[in-house]
Design a protein around this ligand. Structure first.
Ligand code: GDP
Length: 539
């Protein structure tokens, strides 16, 4: 706090201000196989957080049959450890949040992006913009999250870089500002030209973790370059002229506003281009930003602690039915052992057992600041979207539920357990593990998810925690839309007319369950006053 007499900050406040300013919290968005795991590892190597390649486990290394729960369980163990990675780089503290893909793709993947201040988009330059990248970018767009772009795999035969940039601009609707430009590709990949620094960074193949330096040649007109690359320089100079003339120059404000992405070319597996990404992250990406907490915006530098839960990871230790709630700190200073208020329950909790994610130090970290993630042990009373503070009634917003893309109906083998099934699904639905819809006409419960793993987790937890043996069956539902209407009479008519196609979710919101996109369009046309939502905020 500012001491009025001197106008200077108290030591406690100065510490918070300093710690916030040096934090960067980001996630990597990419389509499977673009190189997220490889790049994560190189980022950690560069920062010195790990010494050896192969430390970050790609979840593919033990691909599991979808029904093999034990295997999933083991993988969960790994993925918790690697789901938040905190490391130091150039006197900054970087929090890298994993956005699980592949079989682990779930609503969590989306929600992680509500807890970051920036995202790094990794694109396989041979493939261009792929499906999962589009979905994840759309989630970033909900909060105008600044995006850095890494065009990976330049050591391969890739597509024409201009064409790929064009695709990013037209498909993802974001301006591209190339910061580096590749010289050749595949076998003749020579390096990149740094457009802002007028330097050529020479490529040298090799995956050695020791190799952290690249040779730099200053100036695109440097005659040394013509000696080195007699065949390539003419083309490079032509391309650079074209790029300088035709593309957007880098604009920090446009980047921060989420309308422009600086683009870097490189090769993660060869450790090339990685340093430029880290530097851009600390020089350009924003420090932790203020957050909307309904009654007011909360600044990260405020002295009092606050934060919200954006993810719950279940089955860390099946014997204890323990879950970990991942909380993003939004303000103040968190200290182990402090008492904080769980606002939804109106209860003070003492947090002594907390997980932090420093990859460099083994010892437990005692404090956390805005931008950091802490893991709280949760015995079933925390839900996604829950806010914590030192007492003030803050309710952080912007943690969305997404319209599910996969549906199952649920039945139980033992009809005497119907109560347990309902209770279990109600709780799992509230917690955010899966979405549960109760049809208005009273049929079987319907589960909705964005990733198939969510159903497996639910089946396993129903069995383990509620003693229910549930059978999941395919459903003819194609997608769900939450519906609202300003006129309660129209809403009531809607529900009555379409009673066979609507249901309530775990929080009691009405949703229309469409059988196809054609069906959805038709209903939207017929009910122009009803609003159909593809996401809904946590209540
Ligand atoms: P993820 O699914 O996005 O995590 O992708 P991975 O990091 O597991 O990479 C997928 C595959 O691409 C692996 O076989 C990597 O070795 C390979 N890969 C990653 N980066 C590069 C690169 O720069 N060049 C080449 N040639 N291969 C790469």
């Amino acid at each position: 706090m500012t001491t009025e007499a001197t106008g200077s900050k108290s030591p406690a406040q100065a510490l918070i201000t300093k710690e916030v300013a040096r934090r960067r919290t980001f996630g990597i968005i990419s389509h499977p196989d673009a190189g997220k795991t490889t790049l994560t590892e190189k980022l950690l190597l560069f920062s010195g957080a790990i010494q050896m390649a192969g430390t970050v486990k790609g979840r593919k290394s033990g691909r599991h049959a979808t029904s093999d729960w034990m295997d999933i369980e083991k993988q969960r163990g790994i993925s918790v450890a690697s789901s938040v990675m905190q490391f130091d780089y150039r006197d900054h503290v970087i929090n890298l949040l994993d956005t699980p893909g592949h079989q682990d793709f779930s609503e969590d993947t989306y929600r992680v992006l509500t807890a970051v201040d920036a995202a790094l988009m990794v694109i396989d330059a041979a493939k261009g913009v792929e499906e999962q990248t589009i979905k994840l970018l759309n989630v970033c767009r909900m909060r105008n999250t600044p995006i850095l772009t890494f065009m990976n795999k330049m050591d391969r035969e890739v597509r024409d870089p201009l064409e790929v940039l064009d695709e990013v601009e037209s498909v993802l609707k974001i301006q591209c500002a190339p910061v580096t430009w590749p010289i050749g590709m595949g076998k003749t990949f020579r390096g990149v030209y740094h457009l802002l620094r007028d330097e050529i960074l020479l490529f040298e193949a090799g995956q050695s973790e020791q190799k952290q330096t690249v040779e730099v040649v200053k100036g695109i007109d440097n005659p040394r370059l013509d000696e080195l690359f007699p065949l390539e320089m003419e083309q490079l100079r032509m391309e650079v002229e074209l790029v300088n003339g035709a593309s957007h120059p880098f604009d920090l404000e446009a980047f921060r506003a989420g309308v422009q992405t600086p683009v870097f070319f490189g090769s993660a597996v060869n450790n090339f281009g990685v340093r430029e990404i880290l530097n851009a992250l600390i020089e350009w990406a924003p420090a932790p930003q203020p957050r909307d907490a309904t009654i007011r915006d909360v600044s990260p530098e405020e002295p009092k602690f606050s934060g919200f839960v954006f993810k719950i990871q279940a089955n860390m230790d099946p014997a204890h039915r323990d879950r970990i709630a991942f909380l993003r700190v939004c303000s103040g200073r968190f200290e182990r052992g402090m008492k904080i208020r769980h606002l939804r329950l109106g209860r003070d909790v003492k947090i002594s057992n907390v997980i932090t994610f420093m990859s460099q130090q083994r010892e437990q970290v005692e404090e956390a600041f805005a931008g950091d993630i802490i893991g709280l042990h949760n015995h079933g009373d925390m839900q996604i979207g829950d806010s914590f503070s030192e007492g003030e009634a803050l309710q952080f917003t912007g943690i969305p539920y997404f319209a599910p893309e996969m549906f199952r109906t649920v039945r139980i083998r033992n009809p005497l357990k119907v109560k347990q099934l309902q209770k279990g699904l109600q709780q799992l639905g509230e917690e955010g593990a899966v979405q549960v819809f109760k049809p208005v006409h009273g049929g079987e419960l319907i589960l909705g998810a964005v990733g198939v793993l969510q159903f497996e987790v639910v089946a396993h937890r129903l069995q383990g925690e509620y003693g229910v043996d549930a059978v999941f069956e395919g459903s003819s539902i194609y997608t769900a839309r939450w519906v609202t209407c300003e006129d309660p009479k129209i809403m009531a008519d809607f529900e009555k007319n379409l009673y066979a196609h609507v249901g309530h979710d775990a929080a009691g919101n009405l949703a229309y369950l469409a059988t196809s996109s054609v069906n959805l369009n038709l209903i939207q046309e017929r009910w122009p006053k009803v609003v159909f939502h593809a996401t809904r905020e946590h209540a």
